[in-house]
Design a binder for this molecule. Structure first.
Ligand code: MG
Length: 310
């Protein structure tokens, strides 16, 4: 048993009355009509209020809920705290810069950030190349697409923070949020320089922190937010520029991992799993913490777990 209440226009309630003509029953006082359907008992009032009660009130109610009201409701339910830096959806189809990072969750290997400027008229071409959310792409597909991307005349910037420098900054007290902030900032600055004096319609960052925190980190390093910067979570699924940045960042991370694996003499696994712990243990045994710091983000919990292997 359930109950659903809708508020509908007079026009809608008139439509309803006609639709349920064969199921009408005596209406209570003040009601426009009442009906019993196989799913629910419906009472509509002059105020526009309509009550659906019974076994499956949602089946009947759904038919009358206007798309507007439904959208409004789901929007409200999904509403996240606004930060004032959300892009207008129109930006996705305009010439803009997108940036995203890779490697932040991986124990081995660098953090990479890719920023790409995509002009409106290039968007279809990029889609044809297969540029899309990299989460749904395999590593080898990402590398293939990245190669093709780099052959195009698309202004981009890649910033790579190698492990030694990463560990140094981290030990200096930089959080990963601050590290990411400064790398995104650098990558975007580099692309802006490449396209100057042209300015993008906007700059979209795949959001990893509140914009106020991002700005706080910039201020601490005497940097300022560029014009028209927007933040959006899962931006790579909306913006082809962010998707392209994400692919370049990931491809660069993979390339660096190949180099590091060659240096280490065996394959360094991605991620931060138990496999990672055991490989870290092997390196520790061979070259101690000093060698491990060349390949890893040493502050991750994996280091402690690796030490337990010794
Ligand atoms: Mg991201």
């Amino acid at each position: 048993m359930g109950q659903i209440e809708l508020t509908l226009s007079t026009k809608k309630t008139e439509e309803m009355k006609q639709a349920y003509e064969s199921m009408l029953k005596d209406a209570p006082e003040g009601a426009l009509f009442a009906a019993t359907t196989p799913n629910s008992s419906i009472t509509a009032y002059e105020s526009g209020k309509v009550l659906f009660e019974g076994e499956n009130p949602e089946i009947d109610a759904e038919q009358w809920e206007t798309p507007d009201a439904y959208e409004e409701k789901t929007k409200k339910a999904k509403k996240k705290p606004k930060h004032g830096y959300e892009p207008d959806p129109g930006l996705f189809n305009q010439s803009h810069i997108g940036s995203d990072e890779a490697g932040t969750g991986d124990y081995f290997g660098p953090v990479t950030v890719g920023a790409v400027y995509v002009k409106a008229e290039q968007m279809n071409m990029l889609k044809e190349l297969g540029v899309k959310e990299s989460k749904n792409l395999t590593d080898s597909t990402i590398q293939t697409i990245a190669k093709k991307l780099l052959q195009l005349e698309i202004p981009y910037a890649l910033v790579i923070l190698h492990n030694e420098k990463y560990n140094e900054l981290q030990q200096k007290g930089w959080t990963q949020g601050k590290i990411k902030t400064m790398l995104h900032h650098q990558a975007i600055t580099n692309v802006l320089k490449k396209i100057a004096p042209k300015e993008p319609m906007g700059i979209l960052i795949d959001q990893f922190s509140q914009p106020s925190v991002y700005e706080k980190h910039l201020r601490a390093e005497d940097a300022t937010l560029q014009n028209n910067v927007y933040f959006l979570t899962k931006a790579e699924s909306h913006s082809i520029a962010v998707a392209a940045g994400s692919i370049l960042a990931r491809a660069s991370y993979l390339q660096e991992m190949n180099k590091l694996s060659a240096e280490a003499g065996f394959t360094l696994p991605k991620g931060a799993s138990a496999k990672v712990d055991s490989v870290a243990g092997t390196i520790l045994e061979r070259g101690g913490r000093e060698e491990l710091e060349k390949y890893s983000k040493i502050h991750f919990g994996n280091t402690k777990k690796a030490e337990a292997y010794l």
